[in-house]
Design a protein around this ligand. Structure first.
Ligand SMILES: NC(=O)c1ccc[n+]([C@@H]2O[C@H](COP(=O)([O-])OP(=O)(O)OC[C@H]3O[C@@H](n4cnc5c(N)ncnc54)[C@H](O)[C@@H]3O)[C@@H](O)[C@H]2O)c1
Length: 329
C-alpha cells in the first residue's frame, strides 16, 4: 500500500488500502452509496457497528440540494453527533456531494473519500473541492474542505463501465501533458488495456496533489488543471443543451485537441497528442467553434471579456492566463 501525503490528510492507494478502515473510532458511521456502488462496491468494505447506509440515485441530475436535504435528514434521524463519520463510496457525484453534506452537518463532521471511478480516484477526490449543482449551474454551491483521508482501491475499477473508465482517463492524460513528460511517454507506449492502474493512479494523484498543495484556492498554479476544460466545458454544455449529454472526459479529450491548436508547441507534438487521443478513444463529433461561443463567453474564468485558456508550453509544461478574443480562436 502506498501513502501520498496531501495538505493535512493521507491518500492510501492499493489493494490493502481498505484495511485503513479497521482502525476508526467514531460513535457512528454512515456510508453514502448509489445503486451501482451499493451493488458493486459496498460488500468490499469491513462491517461497522452502528452503521447506516444512505442510498441515493446515481447521476449528475441528483447532485443537488434536494438530495443533500435527504442526506442531512438521514444523519439527523439516526442521531449522528459531531463525533460521527461519513464514508463516501462512489464516483465524483457521491464524493462532491457527500463531502459537502459532511462539512456542513452540525458545522462539520469527518468524512472519508473512497472513490470508485477512475475520474474520482485521480481527480475529484483530491484537492478539497466539494459541492452541488444549483439552478442548472454546475458546482454553484460548495466549499473547500479536506477529508479525513482518501482510500483508493483500484480493484473497484473492475466493474466500472468501459466508457466511464476511458472518460476518467482524460484527466490522467491531462495531468501527463501539463506536468509529466515521463507519464506521457508511458501512456503512449502502452496499450490502454495493459496500463497498470495502481501505478498510473499513483503518479496522476501525485501530479494533482503537488499542484493543489502549491495553490489550494486556484490563484495561479492550480489553473494549469483547466487545460482542455475551457473548450471542454463549452462542448459539454452544448451537448447538454441539445438533450444528448456526453461524458465529461469525452468533452475534455475534444477540448484538449482544440486547445493544443492555440498553443505554441511544435507541429510534431500536436500531431502526437491528436493521434494518440483519436486512435484510442471514440469521441462524439466536435461542434463548430462558432456554436461554442455562447458558452465560452459565459466561462467563469474570463477576464476583460476575453476567454482564459491554460495552454501547453511543451509536453509536460503548461502556461496559464492566456487571454484570447473570440475572433482569435
Ligand atoms: N471535486 C473536484 O475537484 C472534481 C473534479 C472533477 C470532477 N468532479 C465532479 O465529479 C463528478 C463526475 O464524477 P464521475 O465521473 O465519477 O461520475 P459519477 O459519480 O456520476 O459516476 C459515474 C457512474 O459510474 C457508477 N459507478 C461508480 N463507481 C462504480 C463502480 N466501481 N462500478 C460500477 N459503476 C460505478 C456511478 O453509479 C455512476 O452511474 C461531476 O459531478 C464533477 O463535477 C469534481
Amino acid at each position: 500500500m502506498k501513502e501520498i501525503v496531501s495538505s493535512g490528510y493521507s491518500v492510501w492507494i492499493g489493494e490493502k488500502s481498505l484495511t485503513k478502515l479497521d482502525f476508526l473510532t467514531y460513535s457512528k458511521v454512515a456510508i453514502l452509496v448509489d445503486e451501482n456502488t451499493k451493488r458493486n462496491c459496498l460488500y468490499k468494505l469491513p462491517k461497522f457497528d452502528n452503521c447506516t447506509i444512505i442510498e441515493i440515485k446515481s447521476g449528475e441530475e441528483h447532485k443537488n440540494i434536494t438530495t443533500c436535504s435527504f442526506i442531512w435528514e438521514e444523519l439527523t434521524n439516526n442521531h449522528f453527533d459531531r463525533n460521527s463519520l461519513l464514508i463516501n463510496l462512489g464516483g465524483g457525484v457521491i464524493g462532491d456531494m457527500g463531502g459537502f453534506c459532511a462539512s456542513t452537518y452540525k458545522r462539520g463532521i469527518d468524512f472519508i473519500q473512497i472513490p470508485t471511478t477512475l475520474l474520482a480516484m485521480v481527480d475529484a477526490s483530491i484537492g478539497g473541492k466539494l459541492g452541488v449543482d444549483f439552478n442548472g449551474l454546475k458546482n454553484q454551491i460548495g466549499i473547500f474542505n479536506n477529508p479525513h483521508s482518501v482510500i483508493i482501491n483500484p480493484e473497484f475499477l473492475s466493474t466500472l463501465p468501459e466508457n466511464e473508465l476511458k472518460s476518467g482517463f482524460a484527466e490522467v492524460v491531462k495531468h501527463a501533458l501539463i506536468a509529466d513528460k515521463n507519464l506521457w511517454n508511458k501512456i503512449i507506449s502502452t496499450s490502454f488495456n495493459e496500463l497498470i492502474w495502481k501505478e498510473i493512479i499513483g503518479t496522476s494523484i501525485q501530479i494533482k496533489n503537488k499542484i493543489v498543495a502549491s495553490d489550494p484556492f486556484e490563484k495561479g498554479e492550480r489553473k494549469k488543471l483547466n487545460f482542455g476544460h475551457t473548450f471542454g466545458h463549452a462542448i459539454e454544455s452544448y451537448y447538454l443543451e441539445k438533450g444528448t449529454p456526453i461524458l465529461h472526459g469525452e468533452a475534455v479529450f475534444m477540448g484538449m485537441i482544440l486547445e493544443i491548436e492555440l498553443a505554441q508547441i511544435s507541429e510534431e507534438n500536436k500531431q502526437e497528442i491528436k493521434n494518440y487521443i483519436l486512435s484510442n478513444f471514440s469521441l462524439p463529433y466536435t461542434p463548430k467553434k462558432s456554436n461554442l461561443y455562447q458558452y465560452l463567453i459565459n466561462d467563469k474564468k474570463n477576464k476583460e471579456d476575453k476567454i482564459n485558456f491554460s495552454l501547453l508550453k511543451n509536453i509536460g509544461d503548461c502556461s496559464t492566463d492566456n487571454l484570447l478574443k473570440l475572433d482569435e480562436l
